[in-house]
Design a protein around this ligand. Structure first.
Ligand SMILES: [Zn+2]
Length: 138
């Protein structure tokens, strides 16, 4: 008996047993081997080692990039927390009072809805929206 990993054009992978590689070839030519998920006969033998290897390489590169972006966003967050005042939900009100009163040069950060943010921008108040990275996630 021979076991093959088969890949369907639908993206699913499954295993199938054949008495020999010849049996596989003949069934394959007659399109008698069907995907157990979608029933299609557009399947092929998988998985060649070099292919799998380059695939996993790509994944680790992507993870590395994600880690870098994450790190930068975390640093950005740390910088903001150190240099700006957290005003939480009062962000749009505080941003307005700073903009119009010019009382303080201190930066602030906090939460604002998309609508509030676009209102602020329309009024000419500089607002930057950044992805807020959670420190605990890793
Ligand atoms: Zn399929």
């Amino acid at each position: 008996m021979i076991k093959y990993n088969l890949t369907c054009k639908c993206g699913e992978m499954f295993e199938s047993w054949f008495s020999s590689s010849l049996e596989f070839d003949s069934l394959y030519k007659k399109k008698l081997i069907k995907c157990i998920y979608c029933g299609s006969s557009s399947i092929r033998k998988s998985v060649m080692a070099p292919n799998l290897f380059s695939k996993s390489n790509k994944i680790s590169k992507k993870t590395k990039l994600e880690k870098n972006v994450r790190k930068q966003l975390l640093n950005f967050r740390k910088y903001i927390e150190k240099n700006c005042k957290n005003v939480g939900e009062n962000f749009s009100r505080e941003a307005r009072s700073i903009h119009y009163d010019k009382k303080t040069s201190h930066g602030i950060y906090g939460k604002a809805t998309l609508e509030e943010t676009s209102d602020l921008i329309e009024e000419g108040i500089e607002v930057v929206t950044i992805p807020w990275i959670n420190k605990r996630e890793n």
